[in-house]
Ligand binder design. Sequence first.
Ligand code: AQP
Length: 315
Amino acid sequence: MARILSGIKPTGKLTLGNYIGALKHFKDFQDSGDVYIFIADLHALTLPIDPEVLRINSRDLAAFYLASGLDPQKATIFTQSSVPEHAELNAILQNYLYMGELSRMTQFKEKSMHMKENAIGLGLFAYPVLMAADIVLYDADIVPVGEDQIQHVEITRDLVHRINSRYGEGTLVLPNYKINKVGARIMSLSDPNVKMSKSDPKGDIFLLDEMPVIRKKIMSAVTDMGNEVKYDKENKPGISNLLTIYASLREISIEEAEKQFVGYRYGDFKKVVADTVIGELEPFQNRYREIIASGEYLDRSEEHTSELQSHHDLV
Ligand code: AQP
């Protein structure tokens, strides 16, 4: 049985990008695979975060996991910091990844670009080491991620090859990333050339946005010259992004989605996209609220996060 592992950082309000690129698909593995999904709170510390915000975000993320259809009877859902072996293995693996390759990571370059050098934490630089530790600790075969995380799984593969060639084949399990054919990179609605991201919330749809807000955001999404609803990432990035959102939620190909909108004006197309997003997120939000209200399953993750918080306060 394949072992599947993935996680999300509790760094902010989850976006439609996190949902389409990652969260929505985790449950698809739980009937046929051995699934481990975690709240990546140690990764969340790589940029400054208020401990109380981290606590709230972590609890929310646990509720989002459950609302997405992950079943704790089938999948192991846990907080990263509650398993000390992540940090322990990180300490060992940091000897096998090198400064040159870490400094080429796109995420590191993007996140540190506007920071003063003496304010860039070592943890941000060494982020892929901890991610490699997360993956190999569980002998994960498959890591479902959005496009932006592929590079980190690839560097984990390099590390596994390096260790296996030094200590013998099979010392570590070689993981593969899994991305979705459609929706592996959802872009900002206000700037479709930039990834929709929770820490840079311009043009984001948040999973807990109210329905009228979602509709308004989609209706005012940046579109392009012309009037044809066609997928063309170069010349029509805004329309292409909306088509991607639609196709991934409907679980159809981009070509099928294009066919459905032949002859549509942009405004009418956006209306259908808004209905589709609302049709997905409204029941999701209802499940989330029920889970938060009942508190079931959430308390353990909260306990562990408050341990982390006391540590953070101490520091
Ligand atoms: N825009 C996106 N489209 C598709 N997938 C996305 N993911 C993130 N943004 C998009 C995927 O969501 C998962 C969780 O990501 P993460 O929290 O570990 O960190 P991230 O990749 O850095 O996501 P964010 O939202 O951009 O977080 P911040 O702003 O805190 O860095 C991953 O599988 C990711 O690919």
